[in-house]
Structure formats: structure tokens, C-alpha cells
Ligand binder design. Structure first.
Ligand SMILES: C[S@@+](CC[C@H](N)C(=O)[O-])C[C@H]1O[C@@H](n2cnc3c(N)ncnc32)[C@H](O)[C@@H]1O
Length: 290
């Protein structure tokens, strides 16, 4: 299948239905090609087996009233597929494929017992993105509605989102069964370590999180946010997505011949997975799923 020639404009407000449909068809073609590539990747098998190994017992040891099944899968910050930059849409496409693969695994583990509602939120989504995502039964929500749908029965995927809103709105009082996204321990570390003096960040080559933290220091509730991160981490088990295959995540593994794909894989591999290990404290509090 040949790759369509995509001359993408960011806004599609003026596009008629036929043009939108044509671009959705092009995205479907890109999706098919990318999924074939993903399915051939040895990494796919490894990451799905890691997920199955950790999630499987949660699905088999519970009785009918168990709290561990998943009834919603929410993807926040996928990014628009409708951009000129190849690097951007490749990352978003791979993340979508990964998200759908995990949803399929969750269906398999629950023996199809429950319907999983699929939701996505990104302020950048346009009409083409929304129409494309609807093909997979993914409903697009306007920000910040997605937060209201996160419960203890959620698989939450945030492939890159600015950290302050993440902490401030997604994590408090939520306890998703499965979360894939930020390294929350690292975030907590950054929140609680000394604040860099203004102006020294660039020269010292400090991490994005630390730079962000300098901005966050203006917030009176930084300690509150750190407490939220701590609350989220307990009681969960975590690992980096790519740990089994690439113990030392490094940009030196990037394949220059297929750079956009390779970088997209790298981004995915640097994300973290959090499995809830026991009944959530929220569930204990509410006597069931929140
Ligand atoms: C760095 S981009 C990541 C895009 C894509 N996942 C990738 O890896 O290339 C961050 C994304 O977060 C989105 N974003 C910002 N605020 C958001 C919110 N409140 N809810 C969902 N997405 C949000 C932005 O629109 C943007 O697409």
C-alpha cells in the first residue's frame, strides 16, 4: 500500500465533508501501514506480555463483584494526526495503535465480559481527528471533561501532557487500575528537590521537569501536588514501558533510516506503567468502585 501524499493544514474549519472524508481515508491508510509495522516489532510482544502478566491475576482472582475490571479507557494528549510534521503524526499514530492493543488485551483478559468505553481528549483535535477516532469507537471529549470519567475501573493513557494539569486535575482522588504515561516517581522527586535558581537551568542542562518546577514554585500548593503524586503511587507497582527490551533507554538506539518511527517508539518506551496492586484506598472508602 503506498503512503498517501499528505499536504496537511492544521486547521480544517473551512473543509467540506468530502475533503474531511478523504483525509480520514488517508489517515486510515497510514494507520494500517503503521499497525503492520508495530505488529512486526518484537517490542510489541514483549510489552503486551508484561501487561498480561501483571494484569492477568487481577482479572482471574476476582469474583463477580470484583473492582478490578476495566470499563473505560481514556487517552489524553494524543496530539492531532492532522499536522504537517511527520514526527508528530507518527508518534500520535503509534500511541493510538498501542492504546487500542492494550484495550484489546483488557477485553481478552475479561473474556469480553464488560464493555469498555473509549474516550479521548486533546484540545488540538480537529474535525478530521474526531472523525478518524470515531472509526475506532473513540469518543472525543472537550477539555477538561475527560477527568470526570476517570475512575478506579479506568485504563488511563497520557502519552505526554504538561505535568501541572496532570497532577492538578487527573491524579487527585483517582485511582485508575492501569495508568500508562508519566514517570510519577520522577515527578515527585522533582517536586520535592531543591528549586534551581533562576537563570541557571540552561547552563546546567537541567531537565524539563526541573525547569517546569521552577515555574511551579510560584504555586502555593506545590506541597499539595507532591502529596497527590505520593497518594497516586501507593499502592502501585510500576515499570518503564521499554525496560525489558531496552534496559537503558537511549537516543543512540534511534534508527536514522526510519527516524520518525524510531523516535515514536523511543517516546513510547520511555513512558511508565502503573498497575494497581490491591484494592484501592478509594474503593475501601466507598465500598466499591468510584
Ligand atoms: C507534547 S504534545 C504530545 C503529543 C503526542 N502525544 C506526541 O507524543 O507527539 C502534548 C499534547 O498535550 C495536549 N494537551 C494539553 N492540555 C491537554 C489537556 N488538558 N487534555 C488533553 N490533552 C492536552 C496538547 O494539545 C498536545 O497535543
Amino acid at each position: 500500500m503506498s503512503t498517501p501524499n499528505l499536504s496537511r493544514r492544521y486547521s480544517c474549519d473551512n473543509k467540506d465533508e468530502a475533503t474531511i472524508q478523504k483525509e480520514v481515508d488517508e489517515l486510515c491508510c497510514l494507520f494500517t501501514n503503521a499497525r503492520i509495522k508495530w505488529q512486526k516489532s518484537p517490542f510489541r510482544e514483549i510489552i503486551l506480555s508484561v501487561l498480561e502478566k501483571d494484569l492477568g491475576p487481577l482479572f482471574t482472582t476476582c469474583n463477580e463483584d470484583d473492582h478490578h475490571h476495566v470499563d473505560s479507557a481514556i487517552c489524553m494528549a494524543l496530539g492531532s494526526f492532522h499536522v504537517e510534521n511527520d514526527y508528530k503524526w507518527t508518534s500520535s499514530m503509534l500511541q493510538l495503535i498501542f492504546f487500542l492493543d492494550v484495550v484489546e488485551l483488557l477485553y481478552r483478559l475479561s473474556h469480553g465480559a464488560e464493555h469498555i468505553k473509549l474516550l479521548a481528549q486533546d484540545p488540538r483535535f480537529n474535525r478530521v481527528d474526531t472523525a478518524f477516532l470515531s472509526i475506532f469507537d473513540i469518543e472525543v471529549l472537550d477539555a477538561p471533561k475527560a477527568v470526570d470519567y476517570i475512575t478506579t475501573k479506568t485504563f488511563l493513557f497520557t502519552p505526554c501532557i504538561i505535568k501541572k494539569p496532570l497532577l492538578a486535575s487527573i491524579l487527585p482522588d483517582r485511582d485508575p487500575l492501569l495508568y500508562v504515561g508519566h514517570n510519577i516517581s520522577r515527578l515527585l522527586q522533582d517536586l520535592t528537590s531543591p528549586i534551581p535558581a533562576p537563570g541557571v537551568t540552561a547552563s546546567l542542562g537541567m531537565t524539563e521537569q526541573l525547569v517546569e518546577k521552577a515555574g511551579m514554585a510560584l504555586d502555593k500548593d506545590i506541597q499539595g501536588l507532591a502529596a497527590v503524586a505520593r497518594g497516586f503511587l501507593f499502592p502501585k507497582r510500576s515499570c518503564r514501558v521499554g525496560k525489558q527490551m531496552y534496559p537503558d533507554a537511549s537516543l543512540k538506539n534511534i534508527d536514522k533510516r526510519d527516524e520518525a518511527w524510531s523516535l515514536a517508539m523511543f517516546t513510547l518506551q520511555t513512558m511508565w506503567i502503573y498497575f494497581r496492586q490491591e484494592e484501592s484506598s478509594l474503593e475501601k472508602l466507598h465500598g466499591g468502585s468510584k
